[in-house]
Design a protein around this ligand. Structure first.
Ligand SMILES: *Cc1c(COP(=O)(O)O)cnc(C)c1O
Length: 398
């Protein structure tokens, strides 16, 4: 007999996972297989818009699962039409293509821009992206990323993604040439540590791309669906791109993403784009339930109010412990730690039943459920405060 393989070892070891198995979630809370409870301020990386297992998602999935799972993307289905109409009616875009992950939606955006270049710009194909950017883990989207750690990986990369500097219009202008077809960015760089593009920069970029006949692509996979207090971040900034991608929060916990485009930019021909599960009724039913709720003005106002409250509580903590700035908007916030203690704090928090995320060694990111309560914010702040107090004490001893 061969030795038993540990269940953990049957999964490819693609990241350092803590030895915890989650079995249940409700709202801002998760339970592991020993019955231990955790307060979750990660929410699957800003995925669970209404927290864990909300009734609207469970019901939408249960009803749809009994009606129709998938007829093939070569046919129309009612939930995908419903969700597409909701997205079009609540945005400045005319058409939608559904995908199963953010990377796949971005891959679609890259293809759409290249198609636009073929049709209207003499074959121009370059898409200017930004240092620090994160757009996904397919080969093309990794090439579009401006993440240092990706640079040596999986060479040769897909060519055609020169990198500019966020909030520096001249750095974009310098890269524009005959081969340029688009500029693509996250309105707030999430994985890089929550670094916002200023509204002025987004407006200037809109002006520049329009003047030069280029497409402007917003990756709103992390900022969209209410995360920053508006249904889409660009609506708050008052800037409308030609193409937008959504992911993460749009499914409220199930795999769903979307590529949206204006009529002028929506130029795929038959055969250019597709995918077996794209726009399947099951996921689109969940997406429609989420968008129906998140688009309500009163819901978005609560996100803005709770975001301001969380930011001011984090500022208080920062002042008390001599930490840095609080960045971000709505319920996508980061606390600058000014030193590389992020991983240690995340580990300590897990020990105490709190899930936090450190996207960079010197920053914590907060992306709770959009319907997080003031009590849950208070509990997280108290826990973080006590962790920081003890880590400060440990520093003095050393
Ligand atoms: C998470 C993320 C992606 C990738 O989405 P996946 O669903 O993981 O493929 C792309 N862009 C941004 C801004 C993201 O936050």
């Amino acid at each position: 007999m061969t030795a038993a393989i540990h269940p953990f070892d049957t999964l490819m070891d693609i990241t350092a996972r803590p030895p915890v198995v989650f079995v249940r979630g409700q709202g801002s809370w998760l339970w592991d297989d020993s019955g231990r409870r955790y307060l979750d301020f990660v929410q699957g990386w800003a995925v669970n818009s209404l927290g864990h297992s909300p009734a609207v998602i469970a019901d939408a999935l249960a009803v749809q699962a009994k009606d129709l799972l998938t007829p093939s993307p070569a046919f129309y289905n009612a939930p995908s039409l419903k969700l597409a109409q909701l997205l079009v009616a609540n945005s400045g875009f005319d058409q939608v293509f559904f995908a199963n992950s953010g990377a796949e939606a971005n891959e679609g955006a890259i293809k759409l821009a290249r198609k636009f270049g073929t049709l209207h710009r003499d074959g121009a194909y370059e898409i200017i992206t930004f240092t620090g950017a994160f757009h996904g883990r397919t080969l093309a989207t990794m090439s579009a990323c401006g993440k240092k750690a990706f640079e040596p990986l999986f060479e040769p990369k897909v060519p055609g993604f020169p990198k500019a500097t966020l909030n520096d219009l001249a750095s974009v202008e310098r890269l524009i040439g005959d081969n340029t077809v688009a500029v693509m960015l996250e309105p707030i760089q999430g994985e890089a540590g929550v670094w916002p593009a200023t509204d002025a920069f987004l407006r200037d970029l809109r002006g520049l791309t329009k003047a030069r006949g280029l497409l402007l692509i917003f990756d709103e996979i992390q900022t969209g669906i209410g995360r920053t207090g508006h249904l889409f971040h660009h609506q708050g900034a008052g800037v409308t791109p030609d193409i937008m991608t959504l992911g993460k929060g749009i499914g409220g916990g199930v795999p769903l993403a979307a590529l949206l485009a204006t009529r002028e930019a929506s130029c795929f021909a038959h055969g250019d784009q597709g995918g077996t599960f794209n726009g399947n009724p099951l996921m689109c039913a969940a997406g429609a339930a989420i968008v129906e709720q998140v688009r309500q003005p009163a819901f978005l106002k609560t996100v803005r109010d709770n975001g301001q409250h969380l930011a001011s509580e984090l500022q208080r903590i920062s002042a008390r412990h001599g930490l840095g700035e609080v960045r971000g908007q709505g319920l996508l916030l980061a606390l600058d730690l000014k030193r590389p203690i992020g991983a240690a704090i995340v580990a300590q928090a897990l020990d105490e039943g709190l899930l936090l995320n450190a996207p960079q060694p010197d920053a914590l990111r907060f992306m709770p459920a959009l319907n997080v309560t003031r009590e849950e914010i208070a509990e997280m702040i108290a826990s973080l405060d006590s962790i920081l107090r003890r880590s400060g004490a440990a520093r003095c001893v050393n």
